[in-house]
Design a protein around this ligand. Structure first.
Ligand code: ADP
Ligand code: GLC
Length: 480
């Protein structure tokens, strides 16, 4: 079975969030199961400058985008495996960011990703490589099933591939003015309400959902939630009718990267058999972030895109109550300006007790996972969520809103700490969040109980093995 995994971001090459972690972990796990898998993504500036062993295939593809013809270069690397192909066109991808500057999205995002997706089809045909499965992810590859079906000129193509489309986040749909539809060269009949059209606009995620052979999303609960008006982002009507053509598969964790026993970013290694090194990690984190709380006081950590999804509205409301305790709080994040400003306000309101680092910093994210005692993840909605899973492995007990993947992967801890892996709240309110955090802080003070809570968290296994087996089974079903 031959699989092509297509995504707009893949770790370590380029990342803005969890999608990139999946692009690293899932293909690697499929490869370990003996799959023949390759990946494909755009060659952004940060890939070109990242020091990777990139090679030019020498292939040049002419890609029609509306009436224009653009040439794509095809590069690749084998390191880390599996093989990753890169579509290069500097006019589109040699930019400081992947999708947007802080103020706004790049104006030509539709053109950029139409070009990328058509280049994928053209590469498949040029190499005569015949993947059995093309696995697409999120809106940036939502039109790919249509290009595979109708060809890059829209005049038809002999399709041999089956397609699977994974929704990582329904809130990002890839909406563009209907007037840009001609850039696709697709037949006009695809621009209708059963396919790529949404109230007069082009909706890329809708195109993926309606045209792929199978649609998955990244947790069972989210697979149900998005069928409702509350979570469906306007697409619940379609999703509710999909029956078992829409399934949930919870993401895994790459424990070669996220494991305090082998993590090169930590002050000291530790594992479930000896957690003493976690103290050193905490002390280092306090120092790095400039906190002056006692090392005995509870430390709350958070690593997050600073966007509405992540529960920052109720966190803002709950902050004064949380800071009434003796807890410290460290936050690493980048995103919306209003939240970045808020972080600076908190730092000046609670100096020595709250510290934020604004920006994307992978080593620091590992230090926070290890050095904090409690992990804050109050997301309004969360398709899967990875940081709560990393937190478990690092013995950093998560506080989560019971939604999507957070609900599926975290069991609530009872008052005596004998069962459960985190502190959950069901109603999305500041009170709910504050109450769950206070429960966490209270149990943290119970030095007779807390170490066993840590050990239970660290014993959880969310390795990619299980999810990769599930995907492989579904690929096989699609082929038969
Ligand atoms: P989402 O994809 O919605 O952002 P996930 O929990 O699935 O949420 O994944 C987030 C991933 O991005 C994690 O690997 C997390 O560590 C990483 N991340 C998010 N923000 C930052 C940041 N500012 N610096 C470093 N890593 C970050
Ligand atoms: C999205 C979701 C997140 C999920 C990630 C990987 O970014 O917001 O919940 O973990 O994709 O699937």
């Amino acid at each position: 079975m031959r699989v092509l995994y297509a995504a707009s971001e893949i770790m370590p090459f380029a990342s803005t969030g969890g999608l990139a972690d999946v692009g690293a972990g899932l293909p690697k796990a499929l490869l370990a199961r003996g799959g023949d898998i390759s990946r494909i993504m755009p060659l952004y500036r940060r890939v070109a400058e990242g020091g990777y062993a990139l090679k030019d295939t020498g292939l040049r593809l002419d890609i029609p985008v509306g009436f224009q013809m653009h040439q794509a270069e095809v590069w690749y690397t084998e390191d880390p495996p599996p093989r990753t192909y890169f579509i290069r066109r500097d006019e589109f991808f040699d930019r400081s960011q992947l999708y947007s500057l802080p103020e706004r999205d790049y104006d030509d995002n539709f053109e950029r990703f139409v070009f990328f997706q058509k280049a994928i089809v053209s590469l498949i045909d040029t190499l005569q490589w015949h993947p059995d499965i093309v696995h697409c992810s999120d809106w940036q590859t939502g039109l790919l099933p249509l290009f595979l079906r109708h060809g890059i000129q829209g005049s038809g193509r002999k399709q041999t591939e089956r397609t699977i489309f994974t929704i990582h986040n329904l809130a990002y749909q890839g909406l563009f003015p209907g007037s840009q539809y001609s850039q696709t060269n697709l037949p006009f009949f695809c621009f209708n309400m059963d396919c790529a059209e949404f109230y007069g606009s082009i909706n890329c995620i809708k195109a993926g959902i309606t045209s792929a052979n199978l649609v998955t999303t990244v947790s069972q609960t989210y697979a149900q939630e998005i069928r409702t008006e509350e979570y469906g982002c306007g697409l619940h009507g379609i999703l509710a009718q999909m029956g078992d053509r829409l399934v949930g598969v919870v993401n895994g964790v790459d424990y070669s990267l996220w494991n305090p026993k082998v993590d090169p970013h930590l002050a000291k290694a530790y594992g479930p058999d000896d957690i003493s090194g976690k103290k050193d990690c905490k002390e280092e984190l306090l120092r790095v972030m400039g906190l002056t709380i006692s090392p005995e006081a509870p430390l709350i950590g958070m690593v997050s895109r600073l966007v509405d999804q992540k529960g920052l509205d109720i966190l803002t409301e709950a902050m004064p109550a949380l800071m009434e305790s003796n807890a410290g709080f460290v936050l690493l994040g980048a995103g919306q300006d209003k939240y970045q400003k808020l972080c600076l306000e908190w730092a000046s309101r609670w100096p020595g007790r709250f510290a934020a680092r604004l920006g994307f910093d992978n080593p620091l994210s590992h230090k926070i996972e290890a050095g904090a005692d409690i992990y804050m993840m109050p997301s309004r909605f969360e398709p899967c969520g990875l940081n709560q899973l990393y937190s478990l492995k690092y013995g950093t007990i998560p506080v989560v809103h019971a939604t999507g993947g957070l609900d599926d992967t975290i069991q609530d801890i009872d008052t005596e700490g004998h069962e459960g892996t985190g502190f959950k709240f069901r109603t999305y309110t500041a009170e709910g969040l504050a109450h769950a955090t206070q429960r966490a802080i209270a149990l943290y003070q119970r030095s007779d109980l807390w170490p066993s809570v840590i050990r239970r968290a660290m014993a959880q296994d969310f390795s990619w093995e299980r999810a990769a087996e599930d995907y492989q089974k579904r690929y096989q079903q699609l082929m038969s």
